[in-house]
Design a protein around this ligand. Structure first.
Ligand code: C5P
Length: 231
């Protein structure tokens, strides 16, 4: 039997790198909040999906009002975030049952396509976890920083041919992700894949979408507008 689908939308960050007055997930991108666009992709890709949106505690009221004002009426479970992304995911997983297929996606990645979101769920049936990655195209330098000065780290190098950047949505069997997130927090946990790997499960990987960027800076916002203008 097909598993019920959930998506956890991570939007509890404070977004300080953007330098805007409010967290970047609420900034407008062509007339709609970034977070609004992100959630819409999953609703279109998987009708009937359950959406768990993780928000800063002090923005839950703001988001409720935004949805009403913009007639964005979709059932969402609103969950307050935690001190780190790990703690935010853990809060959200308390609202996801075992036996489901759960995607965890950054609220600030609105440019993934509907086709890709659907494919991620389709391909995740039958594996413990599926992670989208993009091959590294830049040459990578391993450097150390002394004040403002960068210099080569003696003996350190990185072979570009084996390096990939991890994206979201990362999709898991919910019982696997819930058990992995019951472990103690570790600063090495930078995404969900790193948590599940430490828990001892092997993961599957697929090539993600180059334009599925995480909107972090003003430049990313300019790029996102350009992408939307040609779609
Ligand atoms: O900080 P970073 O850019 O890695 O955040 C990735 C995603 O995780 C963002 O969508 C952010 O809103 C979310 N996040 C969260 N709770 C935190 C920190 C980040 O939901 N405590």
């Amino acid at each position: 039997m097909e598993r019920k689908k959930y998506v956890i939308i991570m939007a509890a960050g404070s977004g300080t790198r953007m330098g805007a007055g409010m967290p970047k997930q609420f900034l407008e991108l062509d007339g709609k909040a970034i977070l609004h666009r992100t959630i819409e992709v999953f609703l279109e890709a998987c009708p009937g999906i359950s959406v768990v949106t993780v928000l800063p505690q002090d923005h839950i009221g703001y988001w409720r009002e935004y949805c009403l004002d913009h007639n964005f009426i979709c059932p969402q479970i609103l969950v307050p975030g935690g001190i780190t992304r790990f703690h935010s995911v853990r809060n959200a997983l308390a609202r996801v049952p075992e036996g489901a297929l759960v995607a965890v996606h950054d609220g600030v990645r609105p440019l993934l396509t509907v086709k890709f979101a659907k494919e991620m769920f389709d391909k995740a049936e039958g594996v413990d976890g599926l992670i989208p990655v993009t091959p590294c195209t830049d040459t990578i330098k391993v450097l150390e920083k002394n004040g403002d000065v960068l210099s080569a780290m003696p003996g350190a190098s990185a072979d570009r041919s084996v390096l990939y950047g991890a994206q979201t949505p990362q999709v898991f069997r919910s019982e696997v992700l819930k058990s992995a997130y019951a472990m103690a927090y570790d600063t090495a946990f930078t995404d969900d894949a790193s948590v599940v790997e430490k828990y001892g499960k092997s993961l599957s990987y697929v090539i993600g979408e180059r334009l599925n960027i995480k909107i972090t800076t003003q430049e990313d916002l300019v790029l996102a507008r350009a992408v939307l203008s040609v779609r």
